[in-house]
Write a protein of this length. Structure first.
Length: 335
Protein backbone atom coordinates (compact mmCIF):
# COMPACT_ATOMS: atom_id res chain seq x y z
CA UNK A 1 0.00 0.00 0.00
CA UNK A 2 1.08 3.57 -0.66
CA UNK A 3 0.96 6.94 1.05
CA UNK A 4 0.28 10.00 -1.09
CA UNK A 5 2.10 13.04 0.30
CA UNK A 6 1.05 16.44 -0.99
CA UNK A 7 3.70 19.12 -0.61
CA UNK A 8 6.27 16.37 -0.19
CA UNK A 9 9.09 18.48 -1.60
CA UNK A 10 8.62 21.05 1.15
CA UNK A 11 10.28 21.34 4.53
CA UNK A 12 8.27 19.08 6.85
CA UNK A 13 6.88 17.16 3.89
CA UNK A 14 10.32 16.15 2.64
CA UNK A 15 11.42 14.92 6.04
CA UNK A 16 8.19 12.93 6.30
CA UNK A 17 8.88 11.31 2.92
CA UNK A 18 12.21 10.11 4.32
CA UNK A 19 10.67 8.94 7.61
CA UNK A 20 7.87 7.01 5.90
CA UNK A 21 10.31 5.35 3.55
CA UNK A 22 12.48 4.35 6.51
CA UNK A 23 9.35 2.86 8.12
CA UNK A 24 8.84 0.65 5.06
CA UNK A 25 6.00 2.46 3.31
CA UNK A 26 5.74 3.18 -0.40
CA UNK A 27 5.47 6.92 -1.01
CA UNK A 28 4.18 9.04 -3.89
CA UNK A 29 4.88 12.77 -3.78
CA UNK A 30 2.62 15.41 -5.31
CA UNK A 31 3.98 18.97 -5.32
CA UNK A 32 3.41 21.99 -7.56
CA UNK A 33 6.84 23.47 -6.68
CA UNK A 34 5.31 26.88 -6.09
CA UNK A 35 7.58 27.31 -3.06
CA UNK A 36 9.84 24.25 -3.20
CA UNK A 37 13.04 23.75 -5.15
CA UNK A 38 13.17 21.05 -7.79
CA UNK A 39 16.66 19.95 -6.75
CA UNK A 40 15.10 18.73 -3.49
CA UNK A 41 13.83 15.76 -5.51
CA UNK A 42 17.41 14.59 -6.16
CA UNK A 43 18.18 14.83 -2.44
CA UNK A 44 15.05 12.90 -1.49
CA UNK A 45 15.93 10.14 -3.94
CA UNK A 46 19.40 9.89 -2.41
CA UNK A 47 17.85 9.57 1.05
CA UNK A 48 15.12 7.11 0.02
CA UNK A 49 15.18 5.26 -3.30
CA UNK A 50 16.26 6.29 -6.82
CA UNK A 51 12.79 5.51 -8.16
CA UNK A 52 10.87 7.66 -5.67
CA UNK A 53 7.85 8.90 -7.64
CA UNK A 54 7.51 12.68 -7.59
CA UNK A 55 4.70 14.19 -9.64
CA UNK A 56 4.50 17.90 -10.40
CA UNK A 57 0.90 18.95 -9.96
CA UNK A 58 -1.71 20.73 -7.88
CA UNK A 59 -3.40 18.98 -4.95
CA UNK A 60 -6.59 20.78 -6.01
CA UNK A 61 -6.49 19.16 -9.47
CA UNK A 62 -8.95 16.33 -9.08
CA UNK A 63 -8.02 14.25 -12.16
CA UNK A 64 -4.37 14.19 -11.07
CA UNK A 65 -5.25 13.14 -7.52
CA UNK A 66 -7.67 10.48 -8.74
CA UNK A 67 -5.14 9.00 -11.14
CA UNK A 68 -2.40 8.85 -8.51
CA UNK A 69 -4.71 7.16 -6.02
CA UNK A 70 -5.94 4.64 -8.59
CA UNK A 71 -2.58 3.85 -10.17
CA UNK A 72 -0.67 3.38 -6.92
CA UNK A 73 -3.17 1.71 -4.60
CA UNK A 74 -3.09 4.63 -2.18
CA UNK A 75 -4.41 3.77 1.28
CA UNK A 76 -3.37 6.93 3.13
CA UNK A 77 -2.90 10.62 2.42
CA UNK A 78 -0.68 13.08 4.25
CA UNK A 79 -1.63 16.61 3.28
CA UNK A 80 1.04 19.31 3.62
CA UNK A 81 0.48 21.40 0.51
CA UNK A 82 -0.63 24.87 1.62
CA UNK A 83 0.29 28.54 1.70
CA UNK A 84 1.66 29.03 5.21
CA UNK A 85 2.82 32.58 6.05
CA UNK A 86 0.87 34.48 8.71
CA UNK A 87 2.01 37.96 7.50
CA UNK A 88 1.40 37.08 3.85
CA UNK A 89 -2.08 35.79 4.63
CA UNK A 90 -3.00 39.17 6.12
CA UNK A 91 -2.00 40.88 2.86
CA UNK A 92 -3.50 38.32 0.45
CA UNK A 93 -6.20 36.42 2.34
CA UNK A 94 -8.21 35.27 -0.68
CA UNK A 95 -5.23 33.40 -2.10
CA UNK A 96 -4.94 31.55 1.22
CA UNK A 97 -8.62 30.65 1.40
CA UNK A 98 -8.72 29.41 -2.19
CA UNK A 99 -5.45 27.46 -2.15
CA UNK A 100 -5.74 25.85 1.27
CA UNK A 101 -9.45 25.04 1.27
CA UNK A 102 -9.90 23.86 -2.31
CA UNK A 103 -6.97 21.43 -2.14
CA UNK A 104 -8.31 19.95 1.10
CA UNK A 105 -11.81 19.60 -0.35
CA UNK A 106 -10.46 17.86 -3.44
CA UNK A 107 -8.35 15.40 -1.48
CA UNK A 108 -11.15 14.67 0.99
CA UNK A 109 -13.65 13.98 -1.79
CA UNK A 110 -11.29 11.61 -3.57
CA UNK A 111 -10.35 9.88 -0.33
CA UNK A 112 -13.99 9.23 0.62
CA UNK A 113 -14.94 8.07 -2.88
CA UNK A 114 -11.95 5.73 -3.12
CA UNK A 115 -12.35 4.35 0.40
CA UNK A 116 -8.93 5.60 1.50
CA UNK A 117 -8.70 4.68 5.14
CA UNK A 118 -6.36 7.23 6.69
CA UNK A 119 -5.98 10.97 6.15
CA UNK A 120 -3.36 12.95 8.09
CA UNK A 121 -3.57 16.74 8.01
CA UNK A 122 -0.58 18.95 8.60
CA UNK A 123 -2.19 21.62 10.75
CA UNK A 124 -0.66 24.23 13.02
CA UNK A 125 -0.69 25.67 16.52
CA UNK A 126 -1.70 28.98 14.93
CA UNK A 127 -5.30 27.76 15.21
CA UNK A 128 -5.14 28.40 18.97
CA UNK A 129 -4.35 32.10 18.63
CA UNK A 130 -3.92 33.88 21.98
CA UNK A 131 -4.54 30.98 24.34
CA UNK A 132 -5.98 31.94 27.70
CA UNK A 133 -3.82 29.41 29.56
CA UNK A 134 -0.52 27.67 28.92
CA UNK A 135 0.57 25.10 28.00
CA UNK A 136 -1.82 24.68 25.08
CA UNK A 137 -3.80 21.43 25.08
CA UNK A 138 -5.96 20.00 22.32
CA UNK A 139 -8.96 21.19 24.32
CA UNK A 140 -7.81 24.82 24.23
CA UNK A 141 -10.44 26.77 22.26
CA UNK A 142 -9.38 27.60 18.72
CA UNK A 143 -9.19 31.33 18.04
CA UNK A 144 -7.02 32.01 14.97
CA UNK A 145 -5.53 35.48 14.61
CA UNK A 146 -4.87 35.38 10.86
CA UNK A 147 -6.41 34.16 7.60
CA UNK A 148 -3.74 31.44 7.52
CA UNK A 149 -4.89 30.18 10.92
CA UNK A 150 -8.51 30.37 9.83
CA UNK A 151 -7.80 28.23 6.76
CA UNK A 152 -6.11 25.57 8.88
CA UNK A 153 -9.08 25.44 11.25
CA UNK A 154 -11.50 25.25 8.32
CA UNK A 155 -9.50 22.39 6.79
CA UNK A 156 -9.68 20.56 10.11
CA UNK A 157 -13.46 20.97 10.17
CA UNK A 158 -13.85 19.81 6.58
CA UNK A 159 -11.97 16.63 7.37
CA UNK A 160 -13.56 15.88 10.73
CA UNK A 161 -17.02 16.26 9.19
CA UNK A 162 -16.02 14.04 6.26
CA UNK A 163 -14.68 11.41 8.63
CA UNK A 164 -17.84 11.44 10.74
CA UNK A 165 -19.93 10.74 7.62
CA UNK A 166 -17.71 8.04 6.10
CA UNK A 167 -15.31 5.24 6.92
CA UNK A 168 -12.27 7.48 6.63
CA UNK A 169 -10.22 8.11 9.77
CA UNK A 170 -8.57 11.50 10.14
CA UNK A 171 -5.59 12.49 12.26
CA UNK A 172 -4.96 16.21 12.67
CA UNK A 173 -1.46 17.21 13.76
CA UNK A 174 -1.20 20.69 15.21
CA UNK A 175 2.49 21.27 15.38
CA UNK A 176 4.36 24.14 16.80
CA UNK A 177 7.59 25.63 15.37
CA UNK A 178 9.60 23.29 13.12
CA UNK A 179 13.38 23.73 13.34
CA UNK A 180 16.41 21.71 12.24
CA UNK A 181 17.28 19.58 9.24
CA UNK A 182 18.13 16.03 8.26
CA UNK A 183 21.46 15.01 9.86
CA UNK A 184 22.93 14.47 6.39
CA UNK A 185 22.47 18.17 5.66
CA UNK A 186 20.80 17.25 2.36
CA UNK A 187 17.30 18.48 3.14
CA UNK A 188 16.10 21.29 5.36
CA UNK A 189 14.29 24.60 5.14
CA UNK A 190 15.12 26.14 1.77
CA UNK A 191 11.95 27.54 0.15
CA UNK A 192 12.03 29.58 -3.04
CA UNK A 193 11.08 32.74 -1.17
CA UNK A 194 13.23 33.64 1.85
CA UNK A 195 11.69 31.93 4.89
CA UNK A 196 10.01 34.49 7.15
CA UNK A 197 10.19 32.49 10.36
CA UNK A 198 12.74 33.06 13.10
CA UNK A 199 15.40 30.38 12.82
CA UNK A 200 16.20 30.79 9.10
CA UNK A 201 16.54 34.53 9.77
CA UNK A 202 18.89 33.77 12.68
CA UNK A 203 20.99 31.55 10.40
CA UNK A 204 21.19 34.22 7.70
CA UNK A 205 22.40 36.73 10.30
CA UNK A 206 25.01 34.25 11.56
CA UNK A 207 26.25 33.69 8.01
CA UNK A 208 26.43 37.41 7.33
CA UNK A 209 23.79 37.10 4.61
CA UNK A 210 21.71 39.67 6.47
CA UNK A 211 23.11 42.70 8.26
CA UNK A 212 20.99 42.27 11.36
CA UNK A 213 18.31 39.96 12.65
CA UNK A 214 15.03 41.77 13.26
CA UNK A 215 13.45 40.92 16.60
CA UNK A 216 9.76 41.71 16.36
CA UNK A 217 8.87 43.08 19.78
CA UNK A 218 10.70 43.21 23.11
CA UNK A 219 7.76 44.51 25.14
CA UNK A 220 5.71 41.35 25.55
CA UNK A 221 4.75 40.25 29.06
CA UNK A 222 7.32 37.45 29.05
CA UNK A 223 10.45 36.80 31.10
CA UNK A 224 12.68 38.88 28.80
CA UNK A 225 10.11 40.82 26.79
CA UNK A 226 10.40 38.73 23.62
CA UNK A 227 7.89 36.22 22.28
CA UNK A 228 7.95 32.63 23.52
CA UNK A 229 7.59 29.68 21.17
CA UNK A 230 7.81 25.89 21.31
CA UNK A 231 10.50 24.76 18.84
CA UNK A 232 10.48 21.13 17.70
CA UNK A 233 12.92 19.26 15.47
CA UNK A 234 11.57 18.64 12.00
CA UNK A 235 12.67 14.98 12.15
CA UNK A 236 10.64 14.52 15.32
CA UNK A 237 7.65 16.02 13.48
CA UNK A 238 8.20 13.66 10.57
CA UNK A 239 8.21 10.69 12.94
CA UNK A 240 4.95 12.01 14.37
CA UNK A 241 3.36 11.66 10.93
CA UNK A 242 4.51 8.04 10.74
CA UNK A 243 2.89 7.43 14.13
CA UNK A 244 -0.29 9.14 12.93
CA UNK A 245 -0.65 6.82 9.95
CA UNK A 246 -0.25 3.78 12.18
CA UNK A 247 -2.37 5.07 15.09
CA UNK A 248 -5.31 3.00 16.29
CA UNK A 249 -8.18 5.47 16.70
CA UNK A 250 -10.60 2.83 17.96
CA UNK A 251 -14.17 4.05 17.44
CA UNK A 252 -13.09 7.65 16.87
CA UNK A 253 -13.54 9.05 13.38
CA UNK A 254 -10.95 11.75 13.96
CA UNK A 255 -8.41 12.84 16.54
CA UNK A 256 -6.31 15.97 17.12
CA UNK A 257 -2.76 15.87 18.47
CA UNK A 258 -0.30 18.60 19.45
CA UNK A 259 3.28 17.99 18.36
CA UNK A 260 5.90 20.07 20.16
CA UNK A 261 8.41 19.71 22.96
CA UNK A 262 6.38 21.30 25.75
CA UNK A 263 9.21 23.78 26.34
CA UNK A 264 8.82 27.50 25.67
CA UNK A 265 11.88 29.41 24.46
CA UNK A 266 12.09 33.20 24.11
CA UNK A 267 13.58 34.85 21.06
CA UNK A 268 16.56 36.09 23.09
CA UNK A 269 17.11 32.60 24.53
CA UNK A 270 17.05 31.15 21.02
CA UNK A 271 19.59 33.73 19.81
CA UNK A 272 21.91 32.81 22.70
CA UNK A 273 21.56 29.11 21.88
CA UNK A 274 22.24 29.83 18.20
CA UNK A 275 25.45 31.70 19.07
CA UNK A 276 26.64 28.54 20.85
CA UNK A 277 25.55 26.23 18.01
CA UNK A 278 27.09 28.31 15.22
CA UNK A 279 30.09 29.83 16.94
CA UNK A 280 29.09 33.13 15.33
CA UNK A 281 27.85 36.42 16.69
CA UNK A 282 24.28 37.24 15.68
CA UNK A 283 23.66 40.99 15.47
CA UNK A 284 20.05 42.01 15.93
CA UNK A 285 17.82 45.05 16.14
CA UNK A 286 14.45 45.49 17.79
CA UNK A 287 11.46 46.16 15.55
CA UNK A 288 7.81 46.59 16.42
CA UNK A 289 5.47 43.68 16.86
CA UNK A 290 4.06 42.12 13.70
CA UNK A 291 0.30 41.90 13.12
CA UNK A 292 -1.00 38.44 13.97
CA UNK A 293 1.88 37.54 16.31
CA UNK A 294 1.10 36.38 19.84
CA UNK A 295 3.14 36.70 23.04
CA UNK A 296 3.58 33.07 24.03
CA UNK A 297 2.70 29.55 22.99
CA UNK A 298 3.97 26.13 23.94
CA UNK A 299 2.41 22.70 23.83
CA UNK A 300 1.07 20.07 26.11
CA UNK A 301 1.90 16.93 24.11
CA UNK A 302 0.74 14.32 26.61
CA UNK A 303 -2.03 13.05 24.30
CA UNK A 304 0.52 12.26 21.58
CA UNK A 305 2.75 10.58 24.17
CA UNK A 306 -0.04 8.32 25.40
CA UNK A 307 -2.04 7.60 22.23
CA UNK A 308 0.60 7.78 19.48
CA UNK A 309 3.59 6.62 21.49
CA UNK A 310 5.37 9.70 20.16
CA UNK A 311 7.91 11.80 22.04
CA UNK A 312 10.35 14.38 20.69
CA UNK A 313 13.90 13.11 21.00
CA UNK A 314 15.99 16.12 19.96
CA UNK A 315 16.63 19.23 22.07
CA UNK A 316 17.10 22.86 21.03
CA UNK A 317 20.88 22.53 20.74
CA UNK A 318 20.46 19.62 18.30
CA UNK A 319 17.81 21.51 16.32
CA UNK A 320 20.07 24.52 15.86
CA UNK A 321 23.19 22.47 15.13
CA UNK A 322 21.40 20.50 12.41
CA UNK A 323 19.83 23.65 10.99
CA UNK A 324 23.23 25.38 10.91
CA UNK A 325 24.96 22.44 9.22
CA UNK A 326 22.28 22.41 6.54
CA UNK A 327 22.40 26.18 6.07
CA UNK A 328 26.19 26.14 5.78
CA UNK A 329 26.22 23.29 3.28
CA UNK A 330 23.92 25.11 0.88
CA UNK A 331 25.51 28.50 1.58
CA UNK A 332 28.91 27.16 0.54
CA UNK A 333 27.34 25.63 -2.57
CA UNK A 334 25.92 29.04 -3.45
CA UNK A 335 22.37 27.68 -3.40
Amino acid sequence: MTTLITGGAGYVGGHTVVALHAAGRNVVVLDDFSNARRDVVDELRLLTTPDLLVVEGDAADRPTVEQLCDDHNVDSIVHFAACKSVPESLVDPLRYYRNNLVSTLCLAEVAVERGIERFVLSSSAVVYGRAGALPVTEETPAAPQSPYGETKLMCERILTDAAAASGMRVVILRYFNPVGAHPSGRIGERPLAAAQNLVPAVMRAAQGSAERLRVFGDDYETRDGTAIRDFVHVTDLAEGHVAAIDADLGEQASRIFNLGTGVGTTVFELIDAAVKATGRQIPYEISGRRPGDIAASWADCSRAHVELGWRPGRDLAQMLTDHWNFAQRWHHMGA
